[in-house]
Design a protein around this ligand. Structure first.
Ligand code: SF4
Length: 179
C-alpha cells in the first residue's frame, strides 16, 4: 500500500475522506491549521480529528500551532472576502507544510480535505497542491471531495457520531464576518 499523507482541516470535512482512503492506502492524517482562531476553537477542532483517528486506528501527525506564521503570510489581505487572495495564501501555507513533511518522511502521495469546503474551489486548490508536489517531489491527489456523494456521507457520519461542526471557516476574519 502506498504511504499517503492527508492534510485535514477539521473532522466534518474529512471524516468521509478518511473512511474512503484508509482501505486503499497506508494513511496518515496531518493536522496543520494555524489559521484557526481562537486557540480554544483550534483545540476543539483538533480534538474531534484525534477522536476519529483513534476510533479507526489511523495514524495522525499533530503539527505546531504557528499562528504568527499564518499572520505573516496573510498580512495585508485582512479585508479580502472569503475565497479571495487571503484564502489562497492560507491554503498555500498549509499545503506546502504538508508536501514538505510528506517528502521528508517518505510518503508517496499527499492530498487535502480542503476541497470538501463549500466555499473552497478545487480550481484554486489543485494548482497549489500540484505546485508544492512538484517542488518537493511528491505526487498530489487532485480530488474534489465535494463530489461523489461524499458531502452527504460526511454529514451523516458527523450526525451519527455527534462530532462538533463549526459555523465559520477558521480565521479571525471569517469569525468576525459571522458575528
Ligand atoms: S476564510 Fe478560511 S481559508 Fe480563508 S483565510 Fe480564513 S481560515 Fe483561511
Amino acid at each position: 500500500m502506498k504511504k499517503f499523507l492527508l492534510h485535514t482541516c477539521c473532522a466534518p470535512c474529512s471524516i468521509a475522506i478518511i473512511d474512503e482512503l484508509q482501505s486503499q492506502y497506508d494513511l496518515t492524517v496531518f493536522f496543520y491549521n494555524p489559521n484557526i482562531h481562537p486557540e480554544e476553537e483550534y483545540m476543539k477542532r483538533k480534538a474531534e480529528v484525534v477522536k476519529v483517528c483513534q476510533e479507526w486506528g489511523v495514524k495522525m501527525v499533530d503539527m505546531d500551532y504557528e499562528v504568527e506564521k499564518w499572520q505573516d503570510v496573510t498580512k495585508g489581505f485582512e479585508k479580502e472576502p472569503e475565497g479571495g487572495v487571503r484564502c489562497s495564501k492560507c491554503f498555500a501555507l498549509r499545503l506546502e507544510k504538508t508536501a514538505q513533511y510528506a517528502a521528508d518522511n517518505n510518503f508517496e502521495i499527499y492530498s487535502t480535505s480542503l476541497t470538501s469546503g463549500r466555499n473552497k474551489k478545487a480550481d484554486v486548490i489543485f494548482p497549489l497542491g500540484e505546485f508544492f508536489g512538484n517542488k518537493y517531489g511528491i505526487e498530489f491527489l487532485a480530488e474534489d471531495w465535494k463530489k461523489g456523494g461524499r458531502q452527504e456521507r460526511g454529514r451523516k457520519m458527523v450526525e451519527e457520531k455527534g462530532i462538533y461542526r463549526q459555523n465559520y471557516c477558521g480565521c479571525v476574519h471569517s469569525l468576525k464576518s459571522k458575528i
